[in-house]
Design a protein. Structure first.
Length: 412
């Protein structure tokens, strides 16, 4: 076969191959659907809430401890031996109830001696009165001089002064005798008894027992300096402020009244010491016990309340996103007034605003959004999305299905 013939056959085969490729491409192009233009991304989905206007009690929760209103270490006022112990450890005593008896024999004898001396000097003073009366009669009859009568007057006055001295000495001795009976200075519960019969007690020695008042009782807690103005205004207006305490171990709640604020703020931690008093007839509160205190500082009337997780914090401040009627959003600056649980009392939003709650991370100022109802459309259905006319971005209602996932009827 010559070279020219080979070239002709090669050109023929190449032409046939080109024709076949063109036919194949034509057939495939006819069967393939027309390519769609890229669709615009849907508006970000958000959930919205409306701020609530309500009365909000101003309550601050603090950690505190139970402290007695009065604690007295009982000591003897004289040096003497304990003769009898009349109480037991942990006993509740009344004010003035005898607790200890000391050896009073010496003091009792001293009282008797002074009583006898007083009786003797009173008899002598009475005799001086009679002598003075006779001396005055004799002076009137000129039987004695006036100087003799004045001497009798002086002796009479000295004797009555001795009577008064004896009365004072007897009173002091009776007080010393009474020191031998050691009584409860307050009503409360006794602690450990440190003495026994035969123990020598002294004024400078250890205490005999400690008496702690437990009813009523107090709770002490530190109030942050930021709440000082509210607390002062509440105390000025009402005189007292309600306080509730909860015992963590038993969840027992007690109701009391704030009655004391310290005169200075502790510069070390920025708090001020406060106390509240509680009735404690059942003994639920015990000195030294840890409790959680709730102090009512006042009431905010018609306060605007929003969830705390609806607030956005940026370098320019704190704000919330509000949805306009045309489904665009705007920033609403807020001012925090009070926080309780997961809610915030704020200034700025109006009660009829629609505040963005979920999806705010995808929102931009002046951008459009679509509002969805929480809990609907989680399978990807478009029926949950609401545009300006309550329809999805493709104009479908609740029957529309997403390209992927499941629609409201749960089918693929």
């Amino acid at each position: 076969m010559t070279l020219s013939r080979l070239i002709k056959w090669g050109l023929a085969l190449a032409l046939l191959g080109g024709i076949g490729w063109a036919v194949h491409w034509r057939i495939n192009s006819a069967e393939a659907p027309a390519a769609k233009a890229p669709a615009a991304p849907p508006d970000p989905a958000v959930t919205v809430i409306q701020p609530r206007a309500q009365d909000v009690p101003l309550v601050v929760e603090l950690n505190g401890s139970v402290v007695p209103l009065r604690v007295v270490d009982v000591r003897s006022q004289i040096s003497n031996l304990v003769r009898e112990v009349l109480i037991k450890e942990g006993q509740f005593v009344r004010q003035g109830q005898p607790m200890f008896l000391l050896d009073d024999r010496n003091d009792r004898a001293n009282v008797e001696r002074l009583r006898a001396s007083l009786a003797r000097n009173r008899a002598l003073a009475a005799d001086q009165d009679r002598q003075l009366a006779r001396a005055r009669e004799l002076v009137a009859r000129s039987f004695i001089s006036q100087g003799a009568a004045d001497t009798t007057q002086a002796q009479r006055d000295a004797q009555w002064a001795q009577v008064k001295a004896d009365e004072a000495a007897l009173q002091a001795a009776e007080v010393a005798l009474d020191y031998n009976i050691i009584r409860a200075p307050i009503a409360g519960r006794t602690g450990v008894v440190n003495v026994f019969p035969g123990t020598l007690v002294q004024p400078a020695g250890a205490s005999l027992v400690t008496v702690t008042q437990v009813d009523p009782i107090a709770v002490q807690f530190p109030v942050p300096e930021s709440h000082l103005a509210l607390l002062q205004s509440r105390l000025r207006a009402a005189g007292r402020s309600p306080v509730k305490v909860t015992i963590p171990a038993t969840q027992t709640v007690a109701q009391g009244q704030l009655y004391f604020m310290d005169s200075a703020v502790d510069a070390a931690n920025g708090t001020i010491k406060a106390k509240a008093t509680f009735a404690n007839a059942e003994g639920n509160l015990w000195p030294g016990q840890f409790v959680q205190a709730r102090v009512e500082l006042g009431l905010l009337k018609d306060a605007v309340v929003v969830p705390a997780n609806a607030v956005v914090t940026s370098t320019s401040g704190r704000f919330v996103y509000a949805v306009n009627p045309d489904m665009t959003v705007r920033q609403v600056p807020i001012k925090d007034v009070y926080a309780f649980k997961d809610q915030l009392v704020v200034e700025g939003p109006q009660p009829d605003d629609r505040i963005v709650l979920d999806g705010r991370q995808n929102v931009r100022p002046a951008g459009k959004v679509r509002v969805v109802v929480p809990g609907e459309g989680k399978g990807g259905g478009k029926g949950a999305a609401k545009g300006p006319e309550g329809k999805g971005p493709e104009g479908k209602g609740a029957e529309g299905k997403a390209a992927e996932g499941k629609g409201p009827d749960g089918k693929s």
